[in-house]
Design a protein around this ligand. Structure first.
Ligand SMILES: Nc1ncnc2c1ncn2[C@@H]1O[C@H](COP(=O)(O)OP(=O)(O)O)[C@@H](O)[C@H]1O
Ligand SMILES: [Mg+2]
Length: 380
């Protein structure tokens, strides 16, 4: 997949700008605060009809303007799709069109193979379980609409159950009150566990391989999925997961009632990264942790390339965070994507030396929400 063109009107700090792209790498250069991430936000919006930073539609509209409007052409599954998105502040109305026809549900999104790499991802191993869950949910929801649906229903059930548990003093009834919520939690939660287990087992295998190839060592990398079912979650049937989950919940019912909140389920899951069997979070160097994340990103790109088509790879400010060795390995990944958007603040000699190798097809300079295009030819 690739983006052929994009036009922005009143989107964030862009008043009226457009740009054309080719497959290959597009470098977006500009000082801080000029609009690099906003342009990536526009590209993400074209693909998924929503913000990758979870911004509200009204936040996407340029200050003091009544609406935003995005238009673009996406090449996907050997066809061009013309996508239009807009939001009107006054009417509080969002419009989505594909090939000129209003699209109420944005089905295109399910087919878009897009891999994101953000600076916070580099710290994935160091950060808390909540961030790792958010990462997992972001990646899975993007690819699988069913997962996103299960997740929102699951979260709602946990929220409702927690309300009952918190306000239990108001009720004179017994624990029966939480059982209907537990049934929903088991139903949706088991499916979430199964989907997470499935994707993590594949990521773990591929990332482990990449870790050795990219960083030329023989340390064994593994990603373990910590959940209430344990290691079996990857191979278990859905009924088995449901049963085990329901039994555990029944066992913990008194404890949950006493403590006043929901204690187990996918909302407490975590990932553990292991290097040679030791927890990377506690024992690996900062550099090794980042290498493991790069190996995981590489796995995601490979998976898309195998399944559907070569993906779009978006890297926002990742390079400035990496040392030269890791930058080089990261550059190698770019070849596995059909199109790459990467932002940099400076055009330094290191980048220059890689421009040709990474098939740089366009170079944009961003200043105060204005795009200046430096045309490049892939064969240069
Ligand atoms: N809704 C908006 N309308 C106008 N300007 C905005 C809006 N939202 C953010 N900005 C401006 O966009 C700039 C940040 O752009 P960003 O893309 O994050 O920069 P960077 O190039 O560092 O990635 C800030 O200067 C901010 O003031
Ligand atoms: Mg930015």
């Amino acid at each position: 997949m690739y983006i052929k063109e994009i036009a922005l009107k009143n989107f964030r700090n862009y008043e009226e700008e457009k740009a054309d792209f080719l497959p290959g790498t597009c470098i977006i250069q500009g000082a801080n605060g000029q609009g690099k991430s906003n342009l990536l936000e526009a590209i993400y919006n074209l693909c998924f009809a929503r913000s990758f930073r979870n911004l509200k539609e009204s936040d996407l509209v340029c200050w003091n303007k009544p609406f935003y409007y995005l238009q673009g052409t996406i090449y996907l599954q050997k066809r061009f799709f013309k996508v239009e998105l807009g939001y009107d502040l006054l009417k509080k109305r969002k419009v989505m069109k594909i090939n000129g026809k209003p699209a109420r549900q944005f089905r295109l999104a399910e087919h878009c193979p897009v891999v994101f790499f953000l600076p916070e991802d580099l710290e994935l191993i160091r950060r808390g379980p909540e961030e790792r869950r958010r990462f997992l949910d972001r990646e899975l929801s993007q690819e699988n609409a069913l997962y996103a649906d299960f997740l929102s229903r699951y979260n709602r059930a946990v929220y409702q159950k927690n309300r009952v548990l918190k306000e239990k003093k108001l009720y004179r009834e017994t624990q029966d009150l939480i059982r209907p919520w537990n049934r929903q939690i088991v139903y949706f939660g088991s499916r979430i566990i199964q989907m997470r287990a499935h994707v993590l087992s594949i990521w773990s295998k591929l990332a482990s391989y990449n870790y050795n190839v990219l960083f030329q060592n023989d340390q064994k990398m593994k990603i373990v999925y910590n959940n209430i079912i344990g290691e079996n979650a990857g191979t278990a049937e859905i009924e088995e997961i449901e049963e085990a989950f329901a039994n555990k919940l029944a066992l913990w019912e008194n404890e949950e009632w006493k403590r006043g909140f929901s204690l187990l389920g996918p909302h407490r899951d975590d990932l553990t990264f292991l290097l040679d069997g030791r927890e990377a979070r506690r024992f690996a160097s900062h550099g090794q942790q980042r290498s493991a994340v790069i190996a995981l990103k590489a796995a995601q790109i490979q998976l898309y390339s195998e399944k559907k088509e070569k993906p779009l790879f978006i890297l926002d400010d990742v390079f400035s965070e990496l040392d030269e060795q890791r930058k080089k390995q990261c550059f190698l990944l770019l070849h596995n994507a059909e199109q790459v958007f990467l932002t940099v603040t400076e055009k330094d000699s290191f980048l220059d030396s890689f421009l040709e190798k990474m098939n740089c097809t366009s170079f944009l300079q961003i200043r105060e929400g204005k795009i200046r295009e430096e045309k490049r030819n892939a064969a240069d």
